[in-house]
Design a protein around this ligand. Structure first.
Ligand SMILES: [Zn+2]
Length: 327
């Protein structure tokens, strides 16, 4: 039986089968290629007889993301053999090292702002993208970005790296923020699978205290002012969904003592039983944080989170970023 579910994978495998047959037929027999062709044939057969996507050992469904990344896998993560497990561990270790080198400098002071962040992936690697970039041209604008990629594991972390490369190569062009964001979205759409997208907040701060923000379907950032709390609404769909989507931005100004809090759903959706940490609680805490240094604000949130769920190991990546106006 051919299910629609695997139609993409089936087409991909048929294409590989054609290419491999051509190569195997045209050169002297290479055992590795012949072996590969057999694996592709077997995967196509499994699609035909309805057994594709199930672990050979436990017959449970194989993780969808792994099938998308490698349509030839036949075991679920729990039933990899020793050498497969070792390879996976090495890949994770390496991906984690790469990811750590891409994190921005923490506790920076720039253009009258003090910026701190806290980044804690749920596992060895994460799908949150946290970045601070100062443009190298004379504007010296400060860009802050926090994104949350769908999915987990190596695939999500590779997409974090991809977004990093896109932003770092485009920021120096000094495009208006909306144009920068539209371009990131288009390039991200072009180069990733339709199954992957990212909610994201991307902002630009200048030395006058003005900030401009695009919020692409992400948890609402909160601007803490002396007597007011402003939630920054989403102005667009997550990045990577629609090529032609046009984003818009919001402009706000920050005065001395104001703080902008940006977070991933690892904070708002942290759970204690059925109860969520929640946006309401975040706003209640934020109300008291006017004139609080960035590092202190992060500490207060982490303590509240720890009081809320002292023992639970989070299943989601947690990122918090605080941009505090000093002058
Ligand atoms: Zn299994």
């Amino acid at each position: 039986m051919i299910t629609n579910e695997y139609l993409d994978i089936q087409n991909q495998l048929l294409d590989r089968q054609r290419k491999l047959k051509k190569i195997v037929g045209s050169i002297e027999e290479v055992p590795q290629l012949v072996g590969l062709l057999k694996e592709v044939d077997a995967a196509l057969e499994r699609i035909d007889n309805g057994t594709y996507g199930f672990c050979i050992t436990c017959h449970d469904q194989i993780e969808k993301e792994r099938l998308t990344a490698d349509p030839l896998v036949t075991f679920c993560l729990d039933h990899l053999d020793k050498s497969q497990r070792k390879s996976l561990e090495q890949d994770l270790e390496l991906a984690s090292q790469v990811q750590n080198t891409l994190l921005p400098k923490n506790n920076i002071i720039k253009s009258g702002f003090e910026i701190c962040y806290h980044y804690l992936p749920a596992g060895l690697i994460g799908g949150d993208y946290c970045d601070l970039v100062v443009s190298k041209n004379e504007t010296n604008n400060l860009y802050f970005i926090l994104g949350d990629i769908t999915g987990k594991g190596i695939a999500a972390s590779m997409l974090v790296n991809h977004l990093y490369a896109l932003f770092h190569s485009l920021i120096d062009l000094d495009l208006p923020l909306v144009d920068l964001f539209n371009r990131v979205n288009r390039l991200f759409c072009e180069s990733t699978l339709y199954t992957h997208f990212a909610t994201m907040v991307c902002g630009k701060a200048n030395s006058n205290g003005e900030i401009e923000i695009c919020n692409a379907g992400h948890c609402l950032p909160v601007l803490v002012k002396e007597n007011e709390l402003i939630s920054i609404d989403s102005t667009g769909l997550p990045v990577g969904l629609f090529h032609s989507f046009g984003y818009s931005s919001q402009k706000l100004s920050m005065d001395k003592g104001d703080s902008l809090l940006i977070y991933s759903d690892g904070l708002s959706e942290a759970r204690k039983g059925d109860e969520e940490f929640g946006v309401e609680r975040i706003n209640q805490i934020a109300k008291r944080l006017f004139n609080t240094p960035a590092a202190e604000t992060i500490k207060i949130f982490l303590e509240s989170l720890d009081n809320f769920t002292p023992d639970s190991k989070s299943s989601d990546d947690l990122t918090l970023m605080v941009i505090h106006r000093l002058e």
